[in-house]
Structure formats: C-alpha cells, structure tokens
Design a protein around this ligand. Structure first.
Ligand code: ARG
Length: 495
C-alpha cells in the first residue's frame, strides 16, 4: 500500500512512514487544544479565498457552517467521553473559554483519532466528513506553516488577556489587605536581617508594583504580536492574490504581518509571553517565600489559612504551607518554559522548521500553570491572618530606629558619617545593658554627643521612625496613604 491518502502531503511518497516514527511525531495529542483557534483562522481564510473568487458565496456559507459543526462534533464526542457538566457548558459556549481545565477530555478525542497528524489535518478530515470534497478547497492559498503561527498567536493573545485579568484580581486583593492593615507595621529586612519598620501596607504595595510591571510586560507583548500571519504561505507568501486584510480584520488583528519568512517562523510572541510569565513566576515565588518564612514559629507573623494548608501524616502538630511551597515550585515551570523557547529558537535558520512544533507544549504548560496559580492567589491573599502584635514587637525591638536616631543627629548638624558612628556607640551601650535606644538616659547619650537633647526620644518613636521616610515611595504614613490612593485610582473600575 502506498502511504495513506489521508496524509496532507502523501503525493510524492511511495513508502509508508515507519509506524513508530509516525506516532511519535504527531502533534495532535497536544495541539488539539487549538481547536477554537484553528476553526476561527480557517473561517477567516475561507472569507479571504471567497473574496478572491475561489469559493462561491454558497460554498463559503457551507464551509463556514461546516467548520462550526466540526467544533460541535468534537465537543459532542468529548462530552460523551466524560459526561461532565462543565464540559457541556463549555461546548455550549461559542467563544474560547479562559479556563482550560475542561479541555483535557479533548486529549481523549485526539487519542481516538489516530489518523490526524495535527490539528490542521484533523479539522480538514472532519470537515471532509461533513461537507465532502468542498472541504479540500479550503487549503487553497494557505500552508500549515502560517496556520500554526496564526493559531499560536490567537492562543497567546487569549492567554495574555486572561493573565492580565487575573493579575488585576490579585492586585485588588493585595490592595484590600493593604488598606485593611491600617497603621500596622512589619520589620523590613535587608540581608534577611531586620532593617527598619515599614507599614504592612507599604510591604504589600511592593507586590502591587511588581504586578503592575507584569501587566505592562504582557500588554506590551500583546500589542507587538497582534499581526496576522495568514497569507504568508509556506514561506514566500500566498500564491494567490489574496486580500490579507480580510483575515486580519476577522480575527481581530491590527494588520497582516509584513514579511512572510519572518511570519511563518517567528515565535517571538511565545518567547515574550513565556518570559513575561517567568518574571511573574519569580515575583509570585518571592511572595510565596516570604509568606512561608513568616508563617514559621520563628517569625510568627501570620497564621496560615487552614483552607490552604495541610497537616503532616507523621507529625500531628504540623500545619504545612503547601500552597506557598507549591507555587514557589511551580514558578520553576514558568522559568523552564521561557528557557525551552529560548533554546529552541536560537539556532533556527529561516524560515519554518519542524523544531517549532516543540514550542507549543511549553506555552500551554506556562499558560495553565500561571492560570492555576492566579485563580487561587486572590482568595489566599484575602484569607491571610496577620499577627500584627508579633510584627510590631519585631519592628520595635532590635534597634530598628537606629537610622532614625542618626537622622536626628544629622538634623542637629552632625555630619551623617559621624552621626552613624555615635548611634553605633549608643546601640552598643544598649546591647551591653539589655536596653533599646529609647530606654537609654539622656545623660548617657550626652556622654556620646552633646547634640542629644530631650526631643531625641520623640524622634525615635515608631511613628517618627516611619514618618522620617517622607519621600515619594517612602514608608511615611502620609506617603503610604497617597500610594494607596494612587493604587486605588490605577485599579480603577475593579474597585
Ligand atoms: N504541527 C505543525 C507544527 O506545529 C504544523 C506545521 C507543519 N508544517 C510542516 N511544514 N510540516 O509545527
């Protein structure tokens, strides 16, 4: 038997593919999740070739209706396999659902369709079952190289929108917790050594700043990627005089891509996306690490929400920070996806190479991983129970007001270097006698410098220690109030 006529490229081949290789090289088991994107892009292409006279208006209608039926048929099959309500709802909706969890039964559909090499081949086979040989006209003037480039752009665009939405939710949760924290304080750390007191709100707003950069990176990537590869052909451009604007417009792209060689082999948008998620992963992991540390008995700054913790099967007293540990671990997958894409791309000659197929799973995994984490983070953040008393004790002991004390002296005209040294001496005095700076007597202090006066003690209270950081971005109470108001304005409609 010659190679199966069902292949998309069997004409020039006389020998069948090695069956193990055939199975191994198929992308359908994972690119089946691009079904929505593939159908949308195929419909857009059908409109383009109809405008070029390849399809009559009647054929166009049949093709579009057939493509809609393909997606229906796939979900019917998937629904039969799992018989689950979530899937039935997803199948009933016509748009791409943001939550991909229900897609897993599609993998079973893929398993049951061993002929399909990839999603493009699958849709063609299914469409042929439904509308006969008219389906074969759809491939006029297009190549799978531009199709996969288009499908992936559509996928990444949706994932960016979902990630940005989820990040806004999380920053809103952080904002609410920050606002509720009022004037409560926490030590800030440098070198993981207690440094100076800061408002809890100031600490939490640090993460809001990180999230805002994440949103900006993702939005920026979205703008840059929003061009349509359809019409690029296999490498040199479509062989028909197609109006590429038709498909671009139908798919919500800003314009067609300007170069066919780049368009069919460019995966920068996947790199941008995974790199932005890798950075997001780093931020989330830092948050997770802080909370993991702060929940230990040694810090004691918070009680882990029981709803997000587990016990130990061996040690009855344990409450383990599973959620923060897991997201710290999962962020490694986000960094991994960006690394996979970078290494995948770095040696590729122009234009399309089959290696590119390997980039898809990294993107899917990163999108799923980020979506999973971000679904839980807002509720987790809102349920955090801070132990403000412990935070305050830690923030008001251990000479965290030494910097404020040095500032006091420098305000009295003592050069800062000198003031630093004098306060260092005062700290030593305190350490030797088990006292904080505010427990020292004015006479003792005056033996170190006659710049000390009675008003020194007001300058090193907790409030004064906070308020001396009265700069934009500082932890002075009024500044943090302004920062909260500014964050609230930026969060805008979400509040
Ligand atoms: N499944 C393929 C991929 O993801 C589609 C493009 C195939 N193109 C080709 N020339 N073999 O890359």
């Amino acid at each position: 038997m010659t190679n199966g006529a069902s292949k998309m490229w069997s004409g020039r081949f006389r020998e069948p593919l090695d069956s193990t290789f055939e199975k191994w090289q198929r992308s359908f088991p994972f690119d089946v999740r691009l079904i929505y994107q593939e159908i949308a892009a195929s419909k857009a292409h059908a409109r383009t070739i109809a405008a070029a006279g390849i399809l009559t208006p009647d054929e166009l209608e049949k093709t579009l209706a057939g493509l809609d039926r393909v997606i229906k048929a796939v979900f019917e099959e998937a629904y039969k396999l799992v018989n689950n309500d979530m899937l039935r709802d997803a199948y009933a909706s016509t748009s791409t659902p943001a939550d991909y969890a229900w897609l897993s039964p599609l993998n079973d559909v893929a398993r049951l369709n061993p002929q399909a090499e990839d999603i493009h081949h699958f849709v063609e086979l299914e469409l042929t079952k439904l509308i006969g040989s008219l389906a074969l006209k759809l491939h006029t003037g297009r190549s799978r190289n531009e199709q996969i480039a288009t499908d992936m752009r559509l996928f990444v665009r949706d994932s960016i929108d979902a990630s940005v939405k989820a990040l806004r939710e999380w920053s809103l949760a952080l904002f609410e917790v920050a606002e509720r924290a009022g004037e409560n304080v926490i030590p800030s750390f440098t070198h993981l050594q207690r440094a100076e007191p800061v408002l809890v709100a100031h600490w939490l707003l640090a993460y809001v700043s990180m999230i805002e950069r994440d949103i900006s990176r993702l939005s920026d990537a979205r703008k840059r990627m929003n061009l349509c590869p359809l019409g690029s052909g296999a490498v040199a451009g479509a062989t028909l005089a197609l109006d590429r604007n038709i498909a671009a417009r139908a798919l919500g792209f800003d314009a067609p891509t300007p170069n066919s060689m780049d368009a069919t082999s460019d995966r920068d948008f996947m790199l941008d996306f995974t790199q932005a998620l890798a950075t997001l992963g780093i931020h989330i992991s830092r948050f997770a690490e802080e909370l993991t540390l702060y929940s230990t008995a040694e810090f004691g700054f918070l009680d882990l929400p029981e709803a997000f913790s587990t016990g130990s099967s061996a040690m009855p007293q344990k409450k383990n920070p599973d959620f923060t540990e897991l997201i710290r671990g999962k962020s490694a997958r986000l960094v991994g996806a960006a690394t996979t894409l970078s290494v995948l791309m770095k040696g590729l000659p122009l234009a399309y190479n089959k290696d590119l197929q390997e980039g898809q799973e990294a993107v899917f995994d990163a999108a799923d991983t980020a979506a999973g984490i971000l679904t839980i983070l807002p509720a987790f953040t809102r349920s955090l129970k801070f132990r403000f008393d412990r935070m305050k004790t830690a923030a008001t002991t251990g000479y965290l007001n030494a910097m404020a004390a040095a500032t006091y002296l420098s305000n009295k005209g003592v050069p800062f270097r000198k003031a630093h040294e004098i306060v260092g001496d005062a700290v030593r005095l305190g350490l030797e006698s088990g006292r904080e700076l505010n427990d020292l007597k004015l006479e003792e202090l005056r033996t170190l410098s006659d710049a000390f006066a009675e008003d020194f003690f007001e300058a090193i209270t907790l409030e004064a220690t906070l308020d001396c950081h009265d700069v934009i971005g500082g932890t002075a109470r009024t500044r943090v109030g302004e920062a909260l108001a500014a964050a609230k304005a930026r969060l805008g409609d979400n509040i």
